[in-house]
Design a binder for this molecule. Structure first.
Ligand code: ATP
Length: 335
């Protein structure tokens, strides 16, 4: 996608790539004369996220959403491309800058059962980043701050002396959020933060996240496969397909006036959107294998409008408006 902000974003991603080497061991390859095998998980994406907004990434399973989250949080190193935070390119950041960015960018994972150490009391779980970033002088100060953080996420300060297994799923996700807030972050990467929770609890956790955003001026990258959650929670949306962004726009643009056939297909799959799109886009098939993505536009094997041009050349991002871009040779017209 081309530059989408009129101002520099808090976070900027340029031509981001990552491929995972899933080759068999060297000796095995030597005997079989096989080449190395890569999964092309992210294949050149660009986007900016402005301070205070919620930018969501959506797309079918395996399109690379979680890999983008892990690249942004530093868990993976890109094969190519840049990630800049407040104008600092991560790969060129000094030790101090890295430490600052690590504190200011935090990640909330999908599964609060797996992301909290079951052998630690809540006190220690939440205090760990406070100690790591040198934000407390002694244990007493730590307990006081942990109590404040627990209350900020709707739990009781006295909960700090319990173990994670003593809490429900929703409460555990609140503990994860308190832990993420400990370093006083400004940017939270939320990878399916509510999809492991019961529907009734999901809304409570999303409301908490929204309140915290207003209160603390947080910026969110939000990853979800639930389009109704995305439409309520986001300002802008990026649609991913097989490691690429195929459309970016405001929620209003992407949900009401999708211009990429793939976005339209996702919207048509939401029952309540039938009213808006009277004619469904006939698309069939499955997501191709990211080990050998199709040539040209990766969506062409499933697209009813594909021509030879779509098979041969990768479409560049086209500006539809100041906020909406689509990477398609034949963008849909708006009815
Ligand atoms: N560490 C890894 N090693 C090899 N392949 C990987 C690795 N991590 C992700 N992949 C592959 O990269 C592709 C993108 O995966 P990713 O988890 O980012 O997709 P996703 O859109 O988040 O899917 P989901 O919604 O199912 O979580 C998939 O084909 C996945 O199998």
């Amino acid at each position: 996608m081309s530059e989408i902000t009129e101002e520099r974003g808090l976070l900027e991603v340029r031509n981001l790539h990552i491929k995972f080497d899933i080759s068999k061991p060297f000796i095995h390859r030597l005997l079989n004369r096989a080449e190395k095998t890569y999964v092309h998980a992210v294949r050149g994406i660009d986007f900016s996220i402005r301070r205070g907004e919620t930018f969501s990434l959506v797309g079918e399973s395996g399109c690379g959403k979680s890999t983008v989250a892990r690249l942004l949080s530093g868990l993976y190193q890109p094969t190519d491309g840049d990630i800049s935070y407040q104008g600092t390119v991560l790969a060129e950041a000094s030790r101090e800058q890295r430490q600052y960015i690590r504190r200011r960018c935090q990640m909330i994972f999908q599964d609060p059962f797996a992301s909290l150490n079951p052998r630690w009391k809540v006190d220690r779980i939440i205090a760990e980043p406070l100690v790591l970033f040198g934000m407390i002088k002694n244990r007493e100060e730590g307990r006081q701050r942990v109590g404040q953080l627990l209350e900020q996420v709707g739990l009781a300060a006295s909960d700090m002396d319990k173990f994670p297994h003593e809490f429900s799923g929703g409460q555990r996700q609140r503990i994860s959020i308190a832990r993420a807030l400990a370093g006083e972050p400004e940017f939270l990467i939320c990878d399916e933060p509510t999809s492991a929770l019961d529907v009734s609890v999901q809304a409570q956790v999303l409301n908490l996240m929204k309140d915290l955003q207003d209160e603390l001026g947080l910026t969110y990258l939000f990853i979800s496969h639930d389009m109704s959650v995305v439409s309520h929670f986001s300002d802008r949306v990026g649609i991913m397909y097989l490691g690429r962004l195929v459309e970016v726009g405001t929620v209003e643009e992407v949900f009401n006036r999708p211009r990429h056939p793939y976005t339209r297909m996702l919207m048509d799959a939401i029952p309540s959107m039938d009213v808006i799109h009277k004619e469904r886009t006939p698309v069939t098939g499955e997501v191709p294998n990211p080990i050998s993505p199709p040539s040209g536009c990766a969506f062409h094997p499933r697209c009813a409008f594909a021509t030879d041009k779509c098979k041969q050349s990768t479409p560049a991002a086209l500006d539809i408006s100041a906020t909406q871009q689509v990477a398609c040779h034949y963008p849909l017209s708006v009815s």
